[in-house]
Ligand binder design. Sequence first.
Ligand code: GDP
Ligand code: IMO
Ligand code: MG
Length: 426
Amino acid sequence: MARSVVILGTQWGDEGKGKIVDLLAHDADAVVRFQGGHNAGHTLVVDGRKTVLHLIPSGILTDRARCLVGNGVVVAPDALLGEIAGLESAGIEVKGRLGLSSACPVILACHEALDRAREKARGKKAIGTTGRGIGPVYEDKASRHGIRLADLADPARLADKLGGVLDYHNFLLRHYYEAEPLDVARVADDAARQGEALKPMLCDVTDELHTLRRQGRALLFEGAQGALLDIDHGTYPFVTSSNTTVGGVMTGAGVGPGDIDYVLGITKAYTTRVGSGPFPTELDDENGRRMAERGVEFGATTGRPRRCGWLDAVALRRMVRINGVTGLCLTKLDVLDGFASVKVCVDYEGVDAFPLGAEEWARARPVYETIPGWEGDTRGITDAADLPSGARAYLDRIETLVEAPIHMLSTGPEREANVIFQHPYG
Ligand code: GDP
Ligand code: IMO
Ligand code: MG
């Protein structure tokens, strides 16, 4: 029986990871974020009530699982404190169940300011970031002058490090981007207050995970973003700044490959993308508009409309391989109900190898296979026997094209709306 499951997006994010994490969290003793930050927006619908989580692991609405934020996650303290307050005012106990790695890099106001200044400077070449400071904070981590949660919680350490970091960022803002610099004293005061508030939740996430693992407990790792937004394997430079692929679990939580028993790849039955960048199967027609409308495709973090298109089996197969996907969960199948036919991209023309950067991606033109649509409604079904035969044929074709089994199907936003062919926890 699988005791340690990883959930990853296999497209450009928003595949429905949060919903599936919430569902599987009932079988988990700990739910762990390992990369990204509050650029993520994970939507849970429980008892008719919608909750959007950005930093807090999506196990928080179940009452058992410990919720952990690993060292690979970049933490914006006020966003986190606001999220905690929002949940607690809705009667959900958070502070006693949430553990934050002391090694998490901290997002400061200057990171957000730099993110915005860079996007503005890029003009037409803007990435369309979430504006949450994600790129700049990961840059600070890599250049080894970043502030971590442990620094925030220790006034002497904070005072020693913060001034230099802020001077550097303010210099860039003022002289390179011609943007407003930040008030150093104000950032320092905020940081000290935030450190005080977060201190009780700091812990050694890696050690907790190893203890749970030794006790034979079940772990659930929650990916943010999607594999095509991975800094190394995605549509560079139109990507996020972390490794969203499976390696991120190891570096971002401190576990080994042997600590992973099962990798669940989440994919929509079609494709969406928010922000700029290549998207070979993007549609600008009635079909795309129908997907956007039926799928309510607006970003959970920024509210931007998501671009929509057909399922890309070429990209998906590559992401299945990169992540060592054990099984797939296909979400939002119900959105395709009522289409006369659906298309799947089975090859790219214009490139002779899998595209590795935006320039190659721009040359990739999709070659489609057309599959008949299906009669009947898949919305909310929970029994495989209720699947229309046409929908079953679509799933079978995807499994063959991407060389991975579909173990789960999501048929609506609600926690219960799933068909489970093979449960990741056995
Ligand atoms: P995440 O970032 O991967 O967690 O996904 P988001 O929450 O950003 O976006 C997924 C959206 O689709 C949310 O609004 C979910 O409530 C919704 N959703 C998830 N699964 C399904 C499904 O099977 N069918 C439909 N119609 N909506 C779904
Ligand atoms: P979840 O976890 C969809 C996109 C942004 C932008 C690019 C870089 O909800 O699936 P960043 O702010 O990370 O520097 O932006 O990545 N992006 C997402 N798109 N879902 C997400 O998260 C995303 N997080 C970042 O739109 O194109
Ligand atoms: Mg999302």
